[in-house]
Design a protein around this ligand. Structure first.
Ligand code: FES
Length: 571
């Protein structure tokens, strides 16, 4: 075992070492301070993050593994974000959580850290923070919930909430029926059971090499999750001994693999922002264009909601992530490292598909080419994204008249106005919803359709927004438009009636008016008035320093890392 970082606190016989040891002696054996690795369990369990409530039990299994391997486990509650509860949007707090996690790992006497996350922003925040400290770190994804059913039909949380609420608006489901479905939606512990952001980021944490292989995707109530958690506890002690750090695992090859896997899985568009932000913390030069270039030729193999039919419990039963990676093994870099010290290639072979309805073979994909397309053009000079697998094929090439909304409030006020001049060919534009604009880049890009069109049977339209879309949503939605309107992007100059041209195959998003005319227009006044201008606190810091979605929406001064060195000694 090399010299431990925690020795800076505990080793020796001076007053400082006395203080540090004495305060920690509350039931731990004397040997805890005799050269044993101190392992923080960064735990996002919280009653207000219901998807992560079970992580205390996961932490107990991790702790047992740490003890068994000779380390000392230390529970470290960290900032937790419950996607459904936190307002205005959990994304506003992702960077805050990452910053707090980073500083608390660095500030404390720890030699390694196990990261327990689940709900959407928690794994990204944990990875960002841990990457910037660069102490040995490993993730345990908390896992998805089991499938709930309503009137015999499986319910995908998220996706089916949108579907059922649209049915109420269209008059095909009664309000009472809608409410009756509520108690069936969340059947067990765990995060959302669709291929939403939580599932995607848990799985991508494993593809990035940051979990004990075979852990991600295990349903939260599955006893094997606890066994894997125990194994992860043993692993982190080994990682400390070998000084295996995130900077050695999160390589360019790992991110390239994650982009391929994101496409094959049909994962959440939010993963693009998170991957870019994590890459920025370790200085890996992955860009938005890499997401398109590496992901677009990859076949879609997983038939999960929101793009498809099944749910995460089915996914696990069908062979899970190992079965998917096995199918696309030739597209992955087998040399990409993992936390075990072995390359990911060592884990790819021998995993069969046990239900080809849920996980398709390479020969019979759901779509021959999936991935996330990156669009550029006069409306999105720095890029915008669309998930073709979740879009309507007939709308992937479309020209339509813009119907512009200046804010979420404007949208709510006018969308269902019977006099709104809109038809099925119109392009709905919602702006002022990027990282700075709202702020926090809320998941509003899949804006609802006007009620009068729903009643005519319209179920999808082209929608364009500088915000994000829930990982569980679907539709022909162009999102993450950059630069955002609040940063002066051309989206802020578009007017109702302008012709918008979307051509996904050509990777173009344009407003068909002369460039000089567009540039000469002032930013829409109603939109600028609606921007949040927080006076103080985190929101102020966020709005002043957040970067665009095209680079991960991190704060400018948090990009990169500071390592594990504590700047000053205690006194
Ligand atoms: Fe937590 Fe969906 S609300 S993962």
């Amino acid at each position: 075992m090399p010299a431990l970082r925690s020795d800076q606190w505990y080793a020796g016989s001076d007053r400082n070492a006395y203080l540090h040891r004495a305060w920690m002696r509350r039931g731990v054996p004397d040997s805890a301070f005799e050269g044993r690795p101190q392992i923080a369990i960064a735990n996002t369990a919280s009653d207000l993050t219901p998807c992560n409530r079970h992580l205390d039990e996961v932490a107990a299994s991790v702790a047992n593994g740490i003890w068994e391997a000779g380390g000392v486990p230390l529970n470290l509650p960290v900032v937790s974000l419950g996607e459904t509860q936190v307002r205005p949007t959990a994304m506003l707090w992702r960077n805050m959580a990452a910053m707090a996690i980073e500083e608390m790992i660095r500030a404390n006497p720890v030699d390694g850290v196990v990261l327990l996350g689940g709900c959407d922003k928690t794994i990204p925040a944990l990875l960002m923070g841990a990457a910037s400290v660069d102490l040995p770190a490993v993730v345990v994804p908390g896992g998805p919930m089991l499938t709930g059913t309503f009137r015999g039909v499986p319910l995908g949380c998220g996706t089916d909430v949108w579907r059922l609420s649209e049915e109420v608006r269209a008059g095909t489901l009664s309000p009472e029926g809608f409410l009756a479905s509520e108690s069936s939606m969340i059947r067990s512990r765990g995060h959302c059971n669709t291929m939403g952001t939580a599932s995607t980021m848990g799985l991508l944490a494993e593809v990035l090499g940051m979990t004990l292989p075979g852990t991600a995707g295990l349903p939260a109530p599955d006893s094997r999750l606890l066994a894997r958690s125990h194994g992860t506890g043993k692993l982190i002690v080994e990682m400390v001994a070998e000084q295996r750090r995130p900077s050695q695992v999160l390589t360019e090859a790992s991110f390239r693999n994650a982009i391929v896997a994101l496409a094959a899985l049909g994962g959440s568009t939010n993963a693009v922002v998170h991957l870019l932000a994590i890459a920025g913390r370790v200085g890996v030069p992955i860009t938005l264009d890499d997401v398109d270039r590496l992901g677009s030729g990859v076949p879609l193999l997983v038939d999960l909601q929101p793009a498809g039919r099944f749910l995460m419990e089915d996914f696990h039963r069908a062979g899970g992530l190992p079965a998917v990676l096995n199918q696309v093994a030739d597209l992955l870099d087998p040399a990409a490292p993992t936390v075990t010290g072995r390359p990911i290639g060592d884990y790819l072979a021998g995993h069969e598909i046990s239900d080809p309805e849920v996980i398709r073979s390479r020969e019979a994909p759901l779509m021959p080419e999936a991935g996330i397309a990156v669009l550029r053009g006069s409306l999105a000079p720095a890029g915008a994204i669309i998930k073709p697998a979740a879009a309507s094929p007939h709308l992937l090439r479309h020209r339509g008249r813009a119907v512009v909304f200046d804010s979420v409030e404007d949208l709510h006020a006018r969308l269902d106005d019977p006099d709104l001049d809109v038809d099925a060919d119109s392009v709905l534009v919602l702006r002022g919803c990027g990282p700075k604009g709202y702020p926090g880049m809320p998941e509003v890009a899949n804006l609802p359709l006007p009620e009068k069109l729903l009643r005519q049977g319209v179920r999808d339209m082209v929608r364009i927004c500088d915000g994000r879309m829930s990982g569980t949503a679907y539709g022909t939605v162009v999102l993450h438009v950059a630069p955002e309107a609040a940063a002066g992007g051309p989206l802020g100059r578009v007017r109702t009636g302008d012709p918008i041209v979307l051509d996904v195959e050509a990777r173009r998003l344009d407003v068909d008016i002369p460039a000089d005319e567009l540039a000469a227009r002032p930013l829409a006044e109603a939109m600028a008035t609606a921007f949040a201008r927080p006076a103080r606190g985190w929101e102020r810091l966020y709005v002043d320093t957040v970067l665009g979605a095209d680079t991960g929406a991190d704060l400018g001064f948090l990009v990169g890392g500071s390592g594990d060195r504590v700047a000053r000694e205690s006194h």
